[in-house]
Design a protein around this ligand. Structure first.
Ligand code: CP
Length: 304
């Protein structure tokens, strides 16, 4: 039995297979419409979500399966003090696969240790968000046709932004990747990611606070929201929240084929005026996420 806790749980060959499967689903949706008949997905969301939860649910319905679950911890017995382990042992009796989001880093790992069915990490605290990375990879593949030889700018809250941590892990396995890490000093990439991924694997990277200076060299610009829910101090959030606001004029020196990404939700970091730019790919990411989650459910349930 396989789980997806960290994007590195899958080899690059397995990621290629998932992308090929997602592309086949896009081309031939009817072929997959009954693949998960009589199967149930449980969505256990102890933290708010729009895209991840609803795209998992849409994915399972489009595979002919069913969905059970909750969208906030306080509507589950966690509010009465039930542990993650006990919740998972219980839900394992009702469903075939679980997608869970939890504010505590490592909670999906704990779940996987007691579960009799596959666990998917749908985001754990400021740690990882591997299924967002699946959406990101399909977007890069469809927009750029490759994962190698790309200069990737990651901008905003690189400290708490779990999607950034997972994406760096995933892209670091391809050749010719360079990262430009654009953030305020206080929201720099955590040392554990810099040391264990970038330095350990000799991946070229630079750190800067200056988005405009970095812009001309980027093939991908991955904007992120400042993660209000992870701050201990509201004043710090207010001071940092508008550090970067992408507006059309800031793209004047960008490449013509720049791919602008954002895991969403956005708050203020990309002006809505950018949405009309053909380089804006963040709503394509949303749809790609559904297809990759379909491919993932098929893989973990071992459905041919
Ligand atoms: N990208 C993402 O995880 O969005 P949600 O928080 O809405 O699921």
């Amino acid at each position: 039995m396989r789980h997806l806790l960290d994007i590195l749980d899958f080899s690059t060959e397995e990621l290629d297979e998932l992308i090929a499967k997602a592309c086949d689903i896009i081309e031939n949706p009817d072929k997959y419409a009954e693949k998960c008949r009589r199967k149930k997905l449980a969505t256990l969301f102890f933290e708010p979500s729009t895209r991840t939860r609803l795209s998992f649910e849409a994915a399972m319905y489009e595979l002919g399966g069913n969905v059970i679950g909750f969208s906030e911890g306080r509507s589950s017995s966690a509010s009465k003090g039930e542990s993650v382990s006990d919740t998972i042992k219980v839900v394992s009796n009702y469903a075939d696969i679980i997608a869970m989001r939890h504010p505590k880093e490592g909670a999906p790992m704990v779940a996987s240790m007691v579960s009799s069915i596959p666990i998917i990490n749908a985001g754990d605290g400021g740690h990882n968000h591997p299924t967002q990375t699946l959406a990101d990879l399909l977007t890069i593949y469809r927009e750029k046709g490759r994962f190698s030889d790309l200069t990737v700018g990651l901008c905003g809250d690189l400290k708490f932004g779990r999607t950034v941590h997972s994406l760096i892990n995933a892209l670091s396995r391809y050749s010719g990747i360079k990262f430009v890490l654009i953030s305020p000093e206080e929201l720099r990439l955590p040392d554990y990611v810099t040391n264990n991924v970038l330095i350990k694997n000799s991946i070229p990277y630079e750190e800067t606070t200056d988005l405009l200076e970095a812009m001309p060299k980027l093939d991908i610009l991955y904007m992120t929201r400042v993660q209000r829910e992870r701050f201990f101090n509201e004043q710090d959030y207010i001071r940092l929240k508008d550090s970067y606001i992408l507006t059309p004029d800031k793209l004047d020196n960008a490449k013509a084929d720049l791919c602008i990404m954002h895991p969403l939700p956005r708050v203020n970091e990309i002006s809505v005026a950018v949405d009309n730019d053909p380089r804006a790919c963040y709503f394509k990411q949303v749809l790609n996420g559904k297809y990759m989650r379909m491919a993932l459910i098929l893989k973990l349930l071992e459905v041919e």
